[in-house]
Ligand binder design. Structure first.
Ligand code: GLN
Length: 237
């Protein structure tokens, strides 16, 4: 965290990438920090503006094919996000934003488009749109409960040796090969909307812990009610 001890959450390109309420991820982080007495602010970075390098947690969301291509071009040209990640900032990248973190992804006609190359992944268009509830069991090294969310994407994502799968799919498609999402260092990529951090507050706390150190538990009964309802809607009883 910076010396003024305000946790800076950077929400990248709300004007291009913000489908399915992904911006809620910023609210969840801000609120979960404040409930622990940590000062937090959300910085909205529109696509015409430079990405600040001094943020603590960076967020990027899902979007349609054309805004996704534009966002990738602008992030590549800007370079601020690369520098922030290189100095150890945490990041959650969702769906289109997740694909952009890799080397390439499929454009609106399936043409390969350059990503920004901060995760060792590449994405192409899959055989069919993946749409619906997604449930996955997280890599045991991260010690997180079952992931729940909503997915809607054409892309499938191949993981290289530089990343680990975030989770194993129970219901849904995810990356398209039995796994969902990936992580490397303090960067997490996922296909989960929901928004992901409202459905999975433990993932929010992982990002906060990477930035602010150990945190006391919170009363999460409302989050738990949402999780129980969503999980029971898709899992056999
Ligand atoms: N355009 C990408 C795809 O279809 C991402 C979609 C999204 O972000 N919801 O794979």
């Amino acid at each position: 965290m910076p010396s003024d001890s305000t946790l800076r959450i950077v929400w990248i390109y709300p004007d291009l990438l913000s489908t399915y309420g992904d911006q809620g991820n910023a609210l969840v982080l801000e609120q979960r920090a404040r409930r622990r007495g940590i000062d937090a602010e959300v910085v909205h970075v529109r696509s015409a503006d430079p990405v600040p390098e001094t943020g603590d947690i960076y967020l990027i969301g899902g979007g349609e094919d054309r805004p996704q291509i534009l966002a990738a071009e602008r992030l590549r040209r800007d370079g601020g996000l690369h520098r922030a990640i290189a100095r150890g900032a945490a990041m959650l990248a969702v769906c289109a934003g997740y694909q952009i973190m890799g080397s390439t992804f499929g454009g609106e006609e399936g043409q390969p488009v350059d990503g920004i190359g901060v995760l060792d992944i590449s994405s192409t268009r899959g055989p069919a749109r993946a749409v619906g509830e997604l449930v996955a069991e997280v890599d045991s090294a991260l010690n997180l409960p079952t992931l729940t969310g909503f997915e809607n994407h054409m892309g499938v994502t191949q993981l290289g040796p530089g990343v680990k799968p975030l989770s194993q799919v129970v219901t849904g498609v995810g990356n398209g090969n039995g796994f969902e999402g990936c992580y490397a260092g303090h960067v997490v990529g996922t296909y989960l909307h929901g928004p992901a951090l409202a459905r999975n507050p433990a993932l929010a706390d992982l990002l906060l812990t990477w930035s602010a150190g150990d945190l006391p538990p919170l009363d999460d009964r409302w989050y738990e009610a949402l999780r129980t309802e969503r999980l029971s809607a898709v899992l056999p009883r």
